[in-house]
Write a protein of this length. Structure first.
Length: 232
């Protein structure tokens, strides 16, 4: 994962940028929106996997209306990256961790300040923890509660067997003992040697840090970027 260059497409100008380049680029677009849009409060958010997992390629850039409640952000993150079995979730301040939980009922404008960081936890068993950074605060309403400004494009993950095609499936029964990401062809061959693969071991590889965890099979938002396309 560390060698992957993570890129996404800007919803405003359709140009491609890296995760690092997006931070400044999107601020310019929202400054322009601030001059032309309706007065209000809104925030530019960057969402990544917790830093404890290293520099991962997954990212979301979101524009959130200040009047929207944190529950709206919870719902969005579940729908695009996380939801599998209705697990519990929470927001909490980065420094104080879970001892300082942020209520789902509170409005974004009561929580967010430019430069603020917070953590979001989904599932307190097979946990996925995200970091949310407030890159900018603007005196303008966003047209919707939350708008997806960019998301990392699906990146190339080679099959662990042939190394020639993009992996589309992972075997949850074998991944703890060996590399177990397969293209469609090698997955079919693996099913002949792994008794559990077809019954319940096979999981799809999707564009989410929740891939291969619990029962996660993909999101319901931006589905065209959620599924990996086989690369020959």
């Amino acid at each position: 994962m560390e060698d992957i260059v993570s890129k996404g497409v800007c919803v405003f100008c359709k140009k491609t940028y890296t995760k690092t380049g997006f931070s400044r680029h999107l601020q310019k677009h929202l400054e322009a929106e601030e001059k032309e849009g309706k007065p209000g409060k809104s925030y530019l958010l960057k969402v990544t996997l917790s830093a404890m997992w290293g520099d991962q390629p997954y990212f979301l850039f979101l524009w959130m209306n200040g009047e929207a409640k944190m529950k709206s952000l919870d719902d969005f993150l579940r729908d695009i990256w996380l939801e599998c079995c209705g697990h519990l979730s929470s927001f909490h301040n980065a420094r104080k961790r879970r001892n300082d939980e942020i209520p789902m009922s509170i409005k974004a404008k009561m929580v967010f300040l430019k430069g603020k960081k917070m953590m979001y936890t989904y599932d307190f068993g097979s946990t996925t923890e995200l970091e949310i950074s407030v890159l900018g605060a603007y005196h303008v309403k966003s047209p919707k509660k939350i708008i997806l400004l960019s998301r990392n494009e699906p990146f190339y993950m080679p099959c662990s067997i042939c190394g020639k095609k993009n992996a589309t499936q992972i075997c949850m029964q074998c991944c703890y003992e060996e590399e177990a990401t397969f293209c469609d062809t090698c997955a079919e061959a693996h099913s002949e040697t792994c008794e559990d693969f077809e019954d319940y071991g096979a999981m799809p590889i999707v564009n989410s840090p929740r891939t291969g965890i619990c029962g996660y099979e993909g999101g319901s938002i931006d589905q065209e970027r959620d599924v990996y396309v086989t690369k020959v």
